[in-house]
Design a protein around this ligand. Structure first.
Ligand code: FES
Ligand code: FES
Length: 547
């Protein structure tokens, strides 16, 4: 770490991780000073300048603070600590605990969460931990394993069974994580400590920075702040526009119908890449598959092209607003089903109609879980839709099939519903009267039970949000109106029920992705418990909505 680059502005002095640092006294935020000028890459930028994801959390004079909305000039003479600056024993304690519970998957949110929770003093309770986590968003884990790790790291609990108390081979853990995440994935202390291989973390200090401008193209400049200023970036907002259900349920005498809305995949690491002239662009799949949301991302090829154009390394960085405007959404659907399982599933498609192998694959997947459904596509006006997103469309079909035997008036609790995925995994889920969720899952050879459990809880969290609270508003012109992290309806830690997961450890078949089956099974169980309300999300006014 060294002094910031020379500047005409006067300097202010901060103390960062125990060393004095002089930085220009200009309008930059603490995040820009730490990440851009001092190259401290443990803290992440998931939403700046929205201040809503918590990924940039550091300590200022020992108290957690979100760096992206903290002006650096207010911190003259103050002590700033990042995860790099925590005592080695504390870093190791958090890394061990989170690896042992599976509390870090992609790892993008993790350093900020560690900085928040490591500041807790005195007795810790689930309530105190959940209260602290209100400042954060984790899309992967479902919170429970983070809570468990917190008790361990803060000394209130011993290591979890099967975790840190035995030597664990993290090779099979990474193999299992890769199966669940859909792209190669790392598991281990480095991920927890902020070194999971995210594209932008490895970008060279002399790279130009490119950020999208409205319409198309990029603004390219010598720093992120300059590039955003050139692009005219303003903070994205949420809206009071109501959620819509753009695909009508087909006409028919159905016993069961469902209409869904646009759902944001809400992966926390925004799309990013960098490339040197003549080189290979950094993969945007740093340590996660973004639930399929980045499979069509243009950032790597954009970085390659811009590097050639400028004859210098170029970082391509999307902001949260760019991700919401440009990234794909889960397609809205309208479904009607008869008591024998026959019916029609209409899938909303934005842009070119689905043809060829993509359509054939979807037809096959839906036939595997709901053979009586006829699939239709209808054009919708709105953001791009993608079938690559987690179990898109076949999960919806599987949900209706799973609950069909339980259609009747009122909510149904304590009833197991089962989903067999087209990939061969099986999951059973139930919503219990005490509010907890029970899951049984069979995924072939387990490889690593900690990872299977973690992904199952994470999938349950996404399923509960999908049914109950998630959706983004799209106006009549097809423009997305919910542009902030907090407007997507993601369940916060304190809204997440206890989940217990039983894994079929005797299964000997080839390992297969299990979290998609869990996702569909938990959604079915939740919907049953909600009384099969025919439009999703079924609940409004959840604590995480419309902040
Ligand atoms: S990047 Fe600062 S809160 Fe999201
Ligand atoms: S592990 Fe929290 S967002 Fe991925």
């Amino acid at each position: 770490m060294g002094a910031a680059p020379p500047s005409a502005d006067p300097l202010i002095r901060l103390r960062v991780n125990g060393a004095d640092v002089d930085v220009p006294d200009d309008d930059v935020t603490l995040l820009e000073v730490l990440r851009e000028q001092l190259a401290l890459r443990s803290l992440k930028d998931g939403c700046s300048p929205q201040g809503q994801c918590g990924c940039c959390t550091v300590w200022v004079d020992g108290s957690p603070r979100v760096a992206c909305v903290t002006p650096a000039r207010r911190l003259a003479g103050r002590e700033v600590t990042t995860l790099e600056g925590l005592p080695e024993a504390d870093r190791a304690a958090w890394a061990d605990a989170l690896v042992a519970t599976g509390g870090s998957q992609c790892g993008f949110c993790t350093p900020g969460i560690v900085m928040r929770l490591a500041a807790l003093e005195g007795p810790v309770s689930d309530d105190r931990i959940d209260q602290s986590l209100l400042a954060h968003l984790c899309r992967c884990t479902g919170w429970q394993t983070i809570r468990e790790a917190s008790h361990v790291a803060l000394g209130a609990a011993g290591p979890p069974a099967g975790g840190a108390d035995r030597v664990r081979d993290l090779g099979p853990a990474a193999t299992r994580a890769s199966l669940e995440g859909g792209v190669p994935q790392r598991v281990g202390p480095d991920v927890v400590l902020g070194d999971a291989g995210f594209a932008d973390d490895g970008s060279p200090s002399d790279a130009l920075v490119a950020v999208p401008v409205a319409g198309s193209g990029y603004a390219v400049a010598g720093s992120l702040a300059e590039a955003r200023s050139l692009a005219g970036k303003v903070q994205g907002r949420s809206t009071t526009v109501a959620l819509g259900h753009p695909v009508e349920v087909p006409p028919g005498e159905w016993v069961l119908t469902l209409a869904t809305t646009w759902v944001e995949p809400a992966y926390v690491e925004p799309d990013a890449s960098w490339c040197a002239p003549g080189g290979e662009p950094a993969s945007p799949f740093g340590n996660g598959g973004a639930f399929g949301g980045k499979l069509g991302s243009p950032v790597a090829e954009d970085a390659r092209r811009l590097a050639e154009e400028h004859g210098r390394p170029v970082r391509v960085l999307w902001s949260r607003e760019d991700v919401v405007r440009r990234g794909p959404k889960r397609p809205p659907v309208g479904i009607g089903m008869m008591s024998d399982g026959s019916g029609v599933l209409r899938v909303g498609v934005s842009g070119d109609p689905l043809v060829g192998s993509a359509w054939d694959a979807l037809v096959a997947d839906v036939a595997a879980v709901a053979p009586g459904l006829v699939l239709e596509q209808v054009p919708v006006t709105g953001p791009a839709t993608s079938l690559a997103l987690r179990a898109a469309v076949w999960a919806e079909a599987a949900v209706l099939t799973a609950v069909l035997d339980h259609v009747g008036p009122g909510p149904v609790l304590d009833t197991p519903v089962e989903v067999a995925s087209p990939r061969g995994a099986r999951a059973t889920a139930r919503c219990r009267a005490d509010g907890s969720i029970g899951i049984e899952v069979s995924v072939g050879r387990v490889l690593d039970p900690v990872v299977v459990r973690s992904y199952a809880i994470g999938a349950a969290h996404q399923a509960l949000g999908w049914v109950g609270s998630e959706g983004i508003a799209v106006d009549a012109d097809g423009d997305v109106r919910d542009l902030t992290m907090r407007s997507f309806g993601i369940l916060q830690a304190r809204a997440m029920p206890e989940v217990d997961v039983r894994i079929d450890s005797a299964a000997t078949g080839d390992p297969v992705n299990g979290s998609d089956a869990v996702f569909a099974a938990v959604a079915a169980a939740r919907w049953l418990a909600d009384g099969l309300v025919p439009t999703w999300p079924t609940g409004r006014g959840t604590e995480s909505r419309r902040r």
